[in-house]
Design a binder for this molecule. Structure first.
Ligand code: SF4
Length: 673
């Protein structure tokens, strides 16, 4: 890319123009801080080039072709469009209806509406949503006949739609296919404007906005009906934009390049490059202009994840990252589990600076009970510990709920909440929890070691899923309080019962896996598969699974290591993969890998997809008491609620932070508006 091309591409996304310093900063790092030098350099480079214009009054450079956009919003020409389609993606999906209104400023002048005969049948779901049937479009013109008329209607006006990326992608696809050139009109999106101008409004779909502004929803989910609603929204947003000092068309379009918080997203990676990335699991590495690695992330669907970085709803921190990204490298993996493991390895090895700054994913929490302490307390933590005798359950998502549950459990059993080692002493004065009866106060011998240990045993039983006795006690206490008209106490006990019920339902699901956290996860398909062997909660090995011999090797590994892992303490290095596997099990999609539970030190090679005709297809000792493996169907599996439970040794006193994951920013996806 030449310097002029670079500046041209940058200014194309900045119709209102940019200062010389900003442009020079793009080209020469550091020079942008000297406005005098910037102006002189730009003048030398661009003076005489008819594509570039310098406005001495504002001190801004812009593209000549964008001069036409310097009109007040009330004088701008818009075409507000809504498409109904057979699917969510142009190509496989085709247009079945176009509805559009032509506007001059806030005034509606004309409309365009037609059904379009699609290439294939309309899915029943789309008919249910839009009420457009196959019969209705049977006699309709094909898109090849409709598009020339729509192009005339559109002219050089600004294309506007709600979630315009969707309508634009379909129209651009058909323009390229039919006319050999894409759609070149400027684009505005009422969804983006809603995010920008109404940040506190939670829902920003058309219905929600119509309800918010009291607009009619007549004709919803039909082209013209939705286009009318978007046109009315545009009128409202023109008003808001004008009051915010964005009353000129180029300024409003320019503002579209900014995130919801008003932060500009500088884009240096072309949309075509992102569109060419596979929709597959893997990791991505983002580099700056000098080739320095900035960020490593993982994704279940790489293309979708990377595209989400460039929409305007990203956070200010992400917008900052994106504006420094000039190159993206991707590495595909067989599954999101492998992507997460590879991401963690790359972050550990390469230490990208933005991985420390961006921690977008919701953290996962573990409930921890240190059974080696004389007076254990229940702790919620984002870290797993490698200390001996620590019982850990999880992961759980959502701190508030899990903390409320743990508080209720501790209070119910009178377990202490204070940190540190206790040295019980009769003269010690209990804290407020002891005084209120929420703690049995072992600190001042309010309870002895044996009595406290009995309570801890009950907590462990509860966390392993045997919640009945405790829940029954609490329910009785609540009913007694109600009968005695101690209503406040009854209400508190009821709240605690609810909190414990929530924990119990999660813990009982998880407890199935306590004894089942020996498993083999098979990822990939056909001959490109891998087996990830999890023994005692730990990722013991990952092996290719391309042949019967590979399957035998996995079987041998399980036979030789099953007992060894049960006896061997967890090491610090094992904690991170443990957390990744536990989280993957909790969050996996049904079609992502197969989970095979191990109930002993053997696995059939047939279970791994390689029947071994030459033997009983298993390797390893078997006491004949039952099946050694059970294949979990891909759909609902024990992994639906996962569990990482480890009684660990090797006291290094440190846990590891839960690794960050990336989560796609919520995008307004739809097949119709
Ligand atoms: S009462 Fe004693 S043991 Fe209980 S939380 Fe307070 S200080 Fe700790």
């Amino acid at each position: 890319m030449t310097i002029r091309e670079k500046l041209h591409a940058f200014l194309a996304s900045r119709p209102a123009g940019a200062e010389a310093g900003e442009l020079v900063g793009l080209l020469l790092s550091g020079a942008g801080s000297d406005p005098e030098l910037g102006t002189r350099l730009l003048r030398t480079m661009l003076d005489g080039d008819p594509n570039f214009v310098f406005d001495a009054a504002s001190g801004l450079w812009s593209l000549r072709r964008n001069q036409a956009l310097r009109v007040p919003l009330d004088e701008a020409r818009f075409t507000v469009v809504d498409l109904e389609t057979t699917g969510g993606r142009a190509g496989p999906g085709t247009i079945i209806e176009i509805g559009a209104y032509r506007m001059h400023g806030r005034r509606i002048l004309d409309f365009f509406q037609t059904l379009v005969r699609p290439h294939g049948p309309i899915p029943r779901f789309i008919t249910g949503l839009t009420s457009i049937t196959n019969e209705m479009v049977r006699e309709a013109p094909p898109i090849e006949d409709v598009l020339p008329a729509f192009r005339d209607f559109l002219g050089d006006s600004v294309l506007v739609a709600h979630n315009a990326a969707f309508d634009y992608s379909f129209l651009d696809f058909e323009f390229r296919r039919i006319f050999g050139i894409g759609l070149e009109n400027p684009v505005l999106c009422t969804l983006k404007m809603a995010r920008r101008f109404l940040p506190s409004l939670k829902r920003k779909r058309l219905d929600a906005l119509a309800e918010h502004f009291g607009l009619s929803t007549e004709g919803r989910h039909r082209g013209l009906g939705d286009a009318r609603m978007a046109a009315e929204l545009l009128s409202i947003f023109i008003d808001i934009a004008s009051r915010m000092g964005l009353g000129r068309l180029d300024r409003l379009i320019d503002d579209h390049q900014r995130g919801a918080a008003g932060r500009r997203i500088e884009r240096h990676v072309a949309a075509e490059e992102i569109a060419a990335i596979a929709q597959a699991p893997g990791v991505y590495l983002m580099y700056n202009e000098r080739g320095d690695l900035l960020y490593v992330g993982k994704a279940r669907r790489l293309r979708e994840r990377l595209a989400s970085y460039f929409n305007s709803s990203v956070s200010a921190k992400t917008a900052d990252l994106v504006s420094h990204v000039w190159r993206i490298e991707t590495r595909q993996t067989r599954s999101s589990l492998e992507a997460a493991l590879l991401e963690a390895k790359l972050i550990r090895e390469l230490k990208p600076p933005y991985n420390r700054m961006l921690k977008a994913a919701a953290p996962a929490y573990f409930i921890r009970l240190d059974l080696m302490d004389e007076f254990p307390r229940i702790v919620v933590s984002t870290r797993l510990s490698a200390r001996r005798g620590v019982m850990q359950t999880g992961p759980f998502i959502g701190r508030t709920g899990i903390e409320r549950s743990v508080r209720a459990l501790s209070r119910m059993l009178g377990l202490r909440t204070c940190a540190g080692k206790l040295a019980p002493d009769e003269s010690f004065s209990p804290c407020i929890y002891g005084q209120m009866g929420h703690c049995a106060a072992p600190c001042n011998l309010g309870i002895d070691e044996d009595g406290y240990a009995e309570r801890v045993r009950r907590a462990v039983a509860f966390l392993r899923g045997r919640s009945g006795p405790l829940m029954g006690e609490l329910a009785r206490a609540r009913d007694d309080a109600a009968r005695a008209m101690r209503f406040e106490e009854a209400a508190r006990l009821h709240r605690e019962l609810e909190a414990l019920a929530a924990l119990s339902s999660r813990a009982s699901r998880l407890s199935q896996v306590v004894t089942e956290n020996n498993l083999v996860i098979v990822t990939g398909a056909g001959r490109d598969r891998a087996a990830h062997i999890v023994l005692s909660g730990r990722l013991a090995a990952s092996r290719e699974l391309r042949s019967l011999e590979d399957a035998r090797e996995v079987s041998r590994f399980v036979a030789e290591n099953f007992e060894r892992y049960r006896a061997r303490p967890v090491t610090r290095e094992e904690l991170e993969p443990m957390q990744i596997v536990a989280r993957w099990l909790r969050e996996r999609h049904p079609d992502e890998g197969r989970v095979i539970n191990l109930y002993g030190p053997r696995i059939e090679t047939a279970a791994l997809g390689w029947p071994d005709a030459g033997s009983d297809s298993t390797i390893g000792a078997h006491d004949g008491s039952g099946p050694a493996t059970r294949i979990d169907p891909a759909a609902p599996g024990p992994a639906a609620g996962s569990f990482a439970s480890a009684a660990c040794a090797q006291d290094d006193g440190k846990g590891l932070p839960f690794p960050r994951t990336d989560k796609p920013d919520a995008a307004d996806k739809r097949t119709t508006a």
